[in-house]
Structure formats: C-alpha cells, structure tokens
Design a protein around this ligand. Structure first.
Ligand SMILES: Nc1ncnc2c1ncn2[C@@H]1O[C@H](COP(=O)(O)OP(=O)(O)OP(=O)(O)O)[C@@H](O)[C@H]1O
Ligand SMILES: [Mg+2]
Length: 251
C-alpha cells in the first residue's frame, strides 16, 4: 500500500511523536518504520505489546545486515516488533554512525516499504539535510509530510526546505500548533507556504500538547485517547490516508 514519509528541516518539532500518534490511530493496517539516519527513539520510549521492553538491536540495523543481496517484504516483517496497542514497528538505528555503512540501504528499503501489500507505512525520516542519501527512500513515497512548529525559525527553515526538496512525491505540511492559536497558526503557515509557489497538497495541524506527548511514551489508555494530541492526530490521520491510494483504488 502507501509509503508516507514524515520529516522536518531543523529543530526537532516532534516528528517521532507525530509518527507514533498517527500510527496509533491510523485507519488502516500500518507499519511504523524508523528511518531516521540519526538514529531511532522508539525502542527507548515505548513498551512492547507484552509490556516488556523492545529489543533495541532488532530493527533497521539487523535488517540492513541481511539485505545486502536484496530486500523483501518478508524480511521487513521478520525484523519488526509489536509495541503496546499492537502497532508494528521497525525500530531505527541505535546511533547515527551506523548510517555511514548503510548509505546503500535507503533506496531498496524505500522500494520494499512501498510494496508491502496489506499495510501503509509511516516512515519517520527525521531531520532532512545531513544525510542526502535518504532522498533515495523519499522518492519512493507517495506523500512526504514536513512538520514544523509555528515559530519564526521553524517556518523559515520549512520555507527553505520546500525550495530544495526534489520534485516527485506530493508534499504536505503539518504545523505543530498551540491549541489556543490553532487555526490562526495553521492559516499563517499556509499563507507563507503558498507564497513559495511550491505545490503543496495540504497544510494541516497537530496539537502542541506536552501532556499528551508524555502519555504517549507510557502505557496507552483512556486519558491518552482523550488528549488533544490524539484527537488532532485522528483528524490528521484521516486526512493523510485520503491523500494516498486506498486498497480499492490500487490496480
Ligand atoms: N505535539 C507535541 N506536543 C508537545 N510536545 C511535543 C509534541 N511533539 C513532540 N513533543 C516533545 O518535543 C520533544 C521532541 O519530540 P520528538 O522526539 O518527537 O521530535 P523529533 O522531531 O522526532 O526530534 P529528532 O529530530 O531529534 O528526532 C520531546 O520532548 C517531545 O515530548
Ligand atoms: Mg525523531
């Protein structure tokens, strides 16, 4: 089904948190893949489905070690783990230096993730710029979503990033916005994005919700479900899912 890349320019706006929240409420089967060349966070943040800890050494690194002669969808499943709530996760590299030996991986990984038959993939690619080889994965995506906070510096970097992003997949922008100025922040960023002249499929929002972000790192339950983070993630997930093909429309 569809490969959706989630990324940012500078400043850690909350891509991994957004990826986790979206994965938790995604309307179709989904795999959350940590493809950030700087290293993953989920193995340290989230419990496994049985309440224990995830194995930080089973994931992208072990997949890379077995994928030199080709990468199949079956291999991706073998190196994925289930986290709390039953969400499938391919955990990322344990530190950024590992990416130096894996520059060849991103293209084959992108092609394999895009060809998983019965699940969409949310690929957290982290901050763009430092590892240009991640473009080989991004070109395989159907949609690239750029996250930014509504602050001046974040929006300025977003604007620059839109200017240098390779043509190809459709682009969406998500503003992680203070709930008190939610609509006005998104509208303001939309105006700035429109002025760049770059074609952007949508400018959406996700709540800046420190309590929700904190709950997302623990045992998931009713309080998290009612948080602004998850409520806005649900709206965003529905929106993103409609921007990529549905199984019925796949030839
Ligand atoms: N929607 C949000 N509301 C409030 N706090 C958030 C939100 N998203 C993330 N945070 C907080 O911001 C910090 C960074 O979040 P996160 O790791 O998701 O960012 P990131 O963009 O993935 O960063 P990096 O590029 O370092 O991987 C964390 O402390 C997290 O709790
Ligand atoms: Mg991250």
């Amino acid at each position: 089904m569809a490969l959706i890349v989630l990324a940012a320019d500078k400043g850690a706006p909350g891509v991994t948190t957004a990826a986790t929240a979206l994965g938790a409420v995604w309307p179709r089967p989904v795999l959350l893949a940590e493809c950030d060349p700087a290293g993953g966070d989920l193995a340290y943040r989230l419990p496994s489905a049985d309440g224990g800890v995830l194995n930080p050494t089973r994931g992208l690194l072990t997949l890379g070690a077995t994928a030199r002669r080709g990468l199949t969808v079956q291999q991706i499943h073998e190196h994925s783990q289930k986290i709390v709530g039953g969400l499938d996760v391919l955990t990322g590299l344990t530190h950024g230096e590992q990416a130096a030996g894996l520059t060849w991986l991103w293209g084959p990984l992108g092609r394999a993730l895009a060809s998983i038959p019965r699940a969409d993939v949310l690929a957290d690619c982290g901050r763009l710029g430092a590892h240009p080889e991640i473009n080989d994965l991004m070109t395989e995506a159907e949609l690239v979503v750029l996250f930014a906070r509504a602050s001046l510096d974040h929006v300025a970097h977003l604007r620059e990033r839109l200017g240098v992003l390779a043509k190809g997949p459709q682009i969406g922008v998500v503003v992680i916005a203070d709930p008190r100025q939610y609509r006005s922040s998104i509208d303001e960023v939309r105006r700035i994005v429109t002025a760049t002249g770059r074609e952007v499929a949508f400018v959406g929002g996700l709540a800046h919700d420190p309590k929700g972000a904190e709950l997302l790192r623990g045992q998931w339950g009713g309080r998290l479900d009612r948080s602004l983070l998850i409520r806005t993630a649900r709206e965003l997930a529905a929106r993103l899912a409609t921007h990529v093909r549905t199984p019925e429309r796949t030839p």
